[in-house]
Design a binder for this molecule. Structure first.
Ligand SMILES: NC(=O)c1ccc[n+]([C@@H]2O[C@H](COP(=O)([O-])OP(=O)(O)OC[C@H]3O[C@@H](n4cnc5c(N)ncnc54)[C@H](OP(=O)(O)O)[C@@H]3O)[C@@H](O)[C@H]2O)c1
Length: 328
């Protein structure tokens, strides 16, 4: 049976209008959430650490940006929009003492709760609202009168109101204009990590670089290889986003279509599918998040090395060169 989808008329906004909301972390997600909530009539303040770099931005946006103790004491609902890797260490001293019984603690992503990097006080409501977009999309779509789809979940329901708060929050940031679906912290965390690794980030950049390298190794020019393997990805991604795979195939040439159906399975073959299963196994068993924690604890050496290396990759040098010389 397919999951029910809730939209504007199915959700009561009042539970979030009746509560004071604090957003902790004014970055990619925190800022759009705060702006959308305020535009929906919600009472919002921003909670910042003493060394905050985003405090000025919050003030310029017209928000009160308070130290965490003051902000959390004022709040009924606290949305944690911090980087996932810092939440576990920030929570015990900087957040938990000010989260009295009956308050609601929100997350934008399920990972921290799923992996138990943070164990919320048992007397709190704990919910997740995960808009399916980067922060910029959450704000831009809202301002244009639309929204992005959202997933919600309840992890703890101390007051019996957690679901009503989560749904009202999702509606206030614009998700119900499109549709809101229920999930669990575990499902959202695992599927989100897997899609980032297999498709959206790791899979896609790996596919693009490998295809570009293959053409250049055979003597084709980096400029033409760049256009074919990277530049045009957006055009196909837009078609896929709007029309799905069948609709995308209706929008490409018959030559491209024959290449797609005859060679796609050759590239993404049984070996790649088996590797994907192993990637998923590592996520489910917690091995990926353990490795990530170790990497972060060591000061992100592997990330820094990969970024430096890819910045100098020929495809990136070609991108910078063409961007500077062409009008796109
Ligand atoms: N990036 C996305 O679009 C996206 C998409 C889907 C889900 N999410 C989820 O949204 C949540 C927030 O991610 P994000 O990308 O929005 O975070 P972010 O922009 O990287 O960081 C948010 C803010 O957290 C504060 N911060 C950083 N380190 C801190 C620390 N050690 N202690 C206290 N505050 C700290 C910083 O503000 P100050 O310097 O002002 O303190 C920073 O601006 C995560 O759960 C993430 O998985 C993000």
């Amino acid at each position: 049976m397919s999951k029910p989808i809730l939209q504007e008329n199915d959700i009561d906004l009042q539970p979030i209008l009746d509560r004071r909301v604090v957003i902790v972390g004014y970055g990619n997600q925190g800022r759009p959430h705060a702006l959308n909530l305020r535009d929906s009539g919600v009472s919002v303040k921003i909670g910042v650490r003493p060394e905050s770099q985003k405090r000025t931005v919050a003030l310029q946006d017209g928000f009160e940006a308070l130290p965490l103790p003051e902000a959390l004491t004022w709040a009924d609902v606290v949305m944690l929009a911090l980087p996932d890797e810092v939440m576990g260490s920030v929570y015990p001293q900087r957040l938990a003492p000010y989260l009295s019984a009956g308050k609601a603690l929100g997350f934008v992503h399920g990972l921290v709760i799923h992996e138990q990097w943070l164990k919320p006080n048992a007397d709190l409501d704990v919910f997740m609202v995960a808009p399916k977009a980067q922060g910029l999309g959450v704000r831009n779509k809202y301002v244009a009168g639309g929204g992005v789809p959202g997933l919600y979940a309840v992890h703890q329901n101390a007051t019996g109101k957690a679901q009503a708060i989560a749904l009202a929050y999702a509606k206030a940031i614009g998700c119900a204009r499109v549709g809101v679906m229920e999930t669990t912290f575990a499902e959202e965390a695992i599927c989100d990590l897997f899609s980032e690794q297999a498709v959206l980030c790791g899979g896609l950049t790996g596919l693009i670089k490998a295809a570009f390298d293959t053409l250049v190794e055979r003597g084709f020019s980096p400029e033409v290889a760049y256009f074919e393997c990277l530049y045009e990805v957006k055009l196909i991604a837009d078609l896929l986003h709007e029309r799905g795979i069948t609709g995308m195939r209706q929008g490409i040439s018959s030559t491209a279509l024959y290449g797609d159906i005859s060679q796609g399975e050759r590239v993404i073959d049984a070996h790649v599918r088996e590797t994907m299963r192993q990637v998923l196994d590592d996520i489910v068993a917690g091995r990926f998040s353990q490795a990530m924690q170790t990497e972060f604890a060591q000061g992100k050496p592997r990330i820094q090395q990969a970024l430096l290396q890819d910045e100098q990759h020929l495809i990136e040098r070609t991108h910078r060169d063409l961007r500077a010389r062409l009008k796109f």
